[in-house]
Design a protein around this ligand. Sequence first.
Ligand code: PTJ
Length: 285
Amino acid sequence: MMLYISLFSRYLRVEPPSGCDTVLRDRIRNSLDVPMTEIPRSHPRHASLVLREKLVEGFKQGIVAPEGLIAHGRGEMFDYLIGERTTKGSRVASRAAAALLIQAKHPVISVNGNVAVLCPDDIVRLSEIARARIEIGLFHRTDERISKIQKLLEEHGARDVLGFLPDASLPGLDHLRALCSKEGIYSSDVVLIPLEDGDRAEALVRMGKKTIAIDLNPMSRTARTASITIVDEVTRALPELIKNIEDMRGDSKAAKHALSKYDRDENLEEIAEEMSENLEKFLER
Ligand code: PTJ
């Protein structure tokens, strides 16, 4: 009976009934604080639920902005439409992006709250392998969030993270979201912008920078503005990008070929077409 009440309360995420004895109440309360690892591996949506839990945990810790949770939900919808997998089109884009990063003189990876909690290890690994600086660039900027994100990245091995003390700003953008670092994004030639807001993506392109977006929405302004857009979920896109850089480094012919095979608008159209076919197939069932 105790087990039943405990499980039922956990399921409903409600307070234990007032009639329970205190030992039982404490046991149920503890069980309400479900850690991420308790998502059953057998759950058909395990991977997706783990990402959600990471974001919720990041939000509770003040790293992820509330808007970040909404942005993730929007991304999930597009991920459904591409079948929650890395498509052929996004592999082509990823190889072109790898080539661009290999050729870059001063590459920078822009990190926001969502990206920091979803894939800190991959960000650090990518910065090492692409010899890129990491800069925290927030849309909903507060010093508190920046320092928490910096601490998180450092715990995962990042060094010399930029962003806390901005000394430049992106022309044409108002508000705190314009702030950036002179030795980072401001003077970069190639910037990786996962989950970026459209205004900032456009401002970077106006500055003459080559940009690589990671964005599940092929229709977003960011996707349609960036030099290269990888339409994929960020936790799948980063390992793929790292693998491509490893494959291609030192092979300038392969890098040139990867860039020549990529056309942004054609690539986005192809992926949007695939989404629409998947939806049609679903409706025909
Ligand atoms: O941490 P901050 O303050 O910098 O804020 C970060 C967010 C994401 C809230 C901010 O940059 C924002 O408002 O972004 P947008 O304009 O909502 O754009 C986010 C884009 O990323 C949308 O097109 C989503 O579909 C897409 N997206 C969301 N989650 C993922 C994703 N793309 C890839 N992988 C994801 N996990």
